[in-house]
Design a protein around this ligand. Sequence first.
Ligand code: IPM
Ligand code: MG
Length: 351
Amino acid sequence: MAHRICRIPGDGVGHDVIEAASLVLEAMNLGIEWVDAEAGWCCWEKYGNTVPEATWKALESSECCLFGAITSKPGIPGFKSAILQMRQRFDLYANVRPCKAYPGVPLNYRDDIDLVIFRENTEDLYSGIEWKAMPEEMFKMHPGLERFRGQEIAASLRVVTRRGCRRIVKSAFEYARRHGIKSVAAVHKANVIRETCGMFLEEARAVAKDYRDIELSEANVDAMAMWLIKQPQLYKVIVTTNLFGDILSDEAAQLVGGLGFAASANLGDNYALFEPTHGSAPKYAGQYKVNPMATLISARMMLEWLGEEKAAERLENAIAKTLSEGRVRTYDLGGANTTLDVAREVVCSLA
Ligand code: IPM
Ligand code: MG
């Protein structure tokens, strides 16, 4: 069946990896109709807006989006990250990040790692509610602020909703059930961040009651950062709030080959966006140096989401074959091949 997919390379190496993924998807003859659009730093420079109106239209006219990478910089007044805007506007609440040790990858920390992080994607410290200086009303609202009086203060608000906590935990449990996985680990810091993490934990426990066959384990985020190094093979599904998921997913990616393998699906109820989670690496832009695997794995997740199960499996097998044979490798894996060489090798490995 034909699919209409919005394609956004973004900035820097986003162009290289999206070209690689397009090459592979085209070779698979899936009848994809691409809707090309731009977003990111390039648009901020041109239009003073990281997501121009035409891009919103392109996104809205498509089934889902394949996204490259963007450059974002701190301290620029009015600047809003393109990817954060898209996640919020389309309510892409589940950020699903698989970390699997493919056989043959020389950087694998262990060979038996195969876990998926479910990261809440629309709330938490990513809500964008921040103050450069503390308004006087806030001092009246919370006596705890008094000890900061007289200081220059900046503050960011950590907002979570019960609905937000519930739906991300539910996504994680549903995934576990579909894949025959018997445990889900909920990651929090409820001993310190009592209200927001407390609510997350309450919802994790409530949702777990509907899944008697799956065990819920709980861990503080600092402990989980350690456990992921100590015994990552113990975890199959991890669910957590936005910022913790951002941090833990980079850590977990490093266990299975680094950011060259960090794939993701941003899922909502009506729309989805698939992207590698590495940055735009401006110094490598246009050099076809970076590993396209993270984007190819994201494309595999896209095919699954589109209901193209057979194609998804075919792509997954070709990725695994390319990696296990190890003949064609980018520099991060000790090779000298280009981004597009790897894409061509994946095409040759398609059964
Ligand atoms: C990620 C990235 C983004 C995030 C940045 C680019 C805003 O780090 O997808 O993990 O923090 O979510
Ligand atoms: Mg990140």
